[in-house]
Design a protein around this ligand. Structure first.
Ligand SMILES: NC(=O)c1ccc[n+]([C@@H]2O[C@H](COP(=O)([O-])OP(=O)(O)OC[C@H]3O[C@@H](n4cnc5c(N)ncnc54)[C@H](O)[C@@H]3O)[C@@H](O)[C@H]2O)c1
Length: 374
C-alpha cells in the first residue's frame, strides 16, 4: 500500500458524515456537474460519492497551488474528468473554463465564482445548460451578487455549519500550525497583525494567541473594528500596525492589501502569511520586483531597502498550500454540507428564481444532526 493509499483510507475512515450523506444521495444520472474547487485528498470521498450515484463530474481548480496531482488521479479513477494540476498557468486555467463550456454542465459547484464569472462574460447560449449552482466562499458570493447570475446560485459559505466551524475555527488554527511546521517558529514574543476581522480573521486572532502571539487587528469596516475592540483586541491602523508586526496575516478577500506602500512600512525580518481566498491579497508582482532567495521550502526572503521580508507559502492560502487544511473531523462536516447542497441543487433548486440565495436550512440540517450525534 502506498503512503497516499494509507492516508486516503484514514481520511475515508474519519469522514462518517460525508459517507452517510453520500450513500443517501439520489440517483444522479443525467447530472453534469462542473466544479471549481480546492483539490486535495479530503475531496476524494465526495467526488467518489457523486460519481457512484451516476453524476458526470468535471473537476477544475479555483487555486492551482492547492491541487494535489495524486488526488486528481484518484478522482479520475472514480470516473470524474479533470482539467487541473499543481502549478498550472493562468492560460491553462482558462482552458479549463473553456472545457467547462464544452462539457455543457447542468450544475456548478464553485469556490470563488470563477465559472459563473466566465460564463457571464460569454454569449448567453454558452450557459444555457446550467440549471443551478452552489458557491462556497465569501469572496465568490460577493462577486456573484454584483454579477446577478441568470440561474439560481446557492451560497453555502454563510451557513452556521460552514462559516461557523471551518471559517471561524479551523482556518486560523491550521494556518498557524502550517506556519509552525514550515518555519519551526511559534509566535511567542512576537506581534501578529491580523488584517481583516471577519470570521476567518477572528479565528486567526484566537489561534495566533494560542501559538504565543501578541495580536493586533487592522480592519477597514468601523463596525467590525468595534467588534474587535469589544472582543478585547488591540485595533490599529494599518500604518501603525505594520512597523510593529513580526507576522502579518491577511484575511480580507480583497486584492493588494499588502502592496509597495505597505511593504515599505514593514519591519526587518517580518513574515507575510495569507489565508484569504486568493494569493492577490499580497501584491506579488510588487514583492517579486525585489531580490529574493528561497530559504526554506515554504519561505522566500526578499530584500527590500536593506530589510528582509519573508513570504510564507508563496502568498497562497497558508493552511492549504503549506499545511494539511482542516482536520478530518472538521472537514467531514464541510464536505457533507457540500454534498447536501448538491443534493438540494438537483432536487429542488431548478424551481428557484435566478440570482444568489442562501442555501435553506432544510437542505443541510441533517448534516448538523448527524455530526452532532458524533
Ligand atoms: N484559507 C481558507 O481555507 C479559507 C476558508 C474560508 C474563507 N477563506 C477566505 O478568507 C477571506 C476572509 O473570509 P471572511 O469570511 O472572514 O470574510 P469577510 O468578508 O467576512 O471579512 C473580511 C474582512 O476584511 C476587511 N477588509 C477588507 N479589506 C481590508 C483592508 N485592506 N484592510 C483591513 N481590513 C480589510 C473587511 O472589512 C471584512 O471585515 C475570504 O477571502 C475567504 O474566501 C479562506
Amino acid at each position: 500500500m502506498t503512503d497516499f493509499d494509507a492516508r486516503l483510507r484514514w481520511t475515508r475512515a474519519h469522514m462518517p458524515v460525508t459517507r452517510a450523506i453520500g450513500e443517501a444521495l439520489p440517483d444522479l444520472a443525467g447530472v453534469r456537474l462542473a466544479c471549481s474547487m480546492h483539490l486535495e485528498i479530503k475531496m476524494i470521498p465526495a467526488i467518489e460519492a457523486l460519481s457512484a450515484r451516476g453524476a458526470a463530474v468535471l473537476l477544475t481548480t479555483c487555486n492551482p497551488t492547492t491541487v494535489c496531482d495524486e488526488t486528481i488521479a484518484r478522482c479520475k479513477a472514480a470516473g470524474a474528468e479533470a482539467h487541473a494540476w499543481r502549478g498550472m498557468s493562468d492560460a491553462e486555467l482558462e482552458a479549463g473554463l473553456r472545457r467547462i463550456v464544452d462539457f455543457r454542465p447542468t450544475h456548478l459547484c464553485e469556490m470563488g465564482a470563477a465559472i459563473t464569472t466566465y460564463l457571464h462574460a460569454r454569449p448567453a447560449e454558452e450557459r444555457a445548460s446550467v440549471r443551478a449552482a452552489i458557491e462556497a466562499t465569501g469572496s465568490g458570493t460577493t462577486r456573484l451578487a454584483a454579477l446577478r447570475p441568470s440561474y439560481p446560485v446557492f451560497n453555502w459559505d454563510d451557513l452556521p455549519i460552514k462559516e461557523g466551524l471551518h471559517n471561524r475555527h479551523m482556518v486560523g488554527l491550521t494556518a498557524c500550525h502550517a506556519f509552525f511546521e514550515g518555519t519551526r517558529l511559534t509566535f511567542h514574543g512576537k506581534r501578529v497583525l491580523v488584517i481583516g476581522y471577519g470570521l476567518v480573521g477572528r479565528g486567526v486572532c484566537d489561534a495566533a494567541r494560542a501559538y504565543g502571539g501578541r495580536v493586533l487587528v487592522a480592519e477597514l469596516d468601523p463596525a467590525r473594528a468595534l467588534e474587535a475592540r469589544f472582543a478585547g483586541e488591540e485595533v490599529v491602523a494599518w500604518n501603525e500596525g505594520l512597523p510593529l508586526a513580526d507576522v502579518v496575516v491577511t484575511a480580507t478577500g480583497a486584492r493588494n492589501v499588502i502592496a509597495e506602500r505597505e511593504l515599505a512600512c514593514m519591519r526587518d525580518g517580518a513574515f507575510l502569511l495569507n489565508v484569504g481566498h486568493a494569493s492577490e491579497e499580497i501584491d506579488l508582482a510588487a514583492l517579486r520586483a525585489h531580490p529574493s532567495e528561497r530559504v526554506l521550502p515554504h519561505v522566500e526572503r526578499f530584500s527590500i531597502g536593506g530589510r528582509a521580508i519573508h513570504l510564507f507559502a508563496g502568498g497562497s492560502m497558508a493552511n492549504l498550500t503549506a499545511g494539511h487544511g482542516d482536520s478530518l473531523n472538521a472537514f467531514d462536516v464541510t464536505l457533507a454540507a457540500m454534498l447536501a447542497a448538491i443534493r438540494f441543487l438537483v432536487t429542488e433548486a431548478p424551481v428557484a428564481a435566478p440570482g444568489v440565495h442562501l442555501l435553506p436550512r432544510h437542505a443541510w440540517i441533517d448534516v448538523a444532526r448527524l455530526a452532532a450525534q458524533g
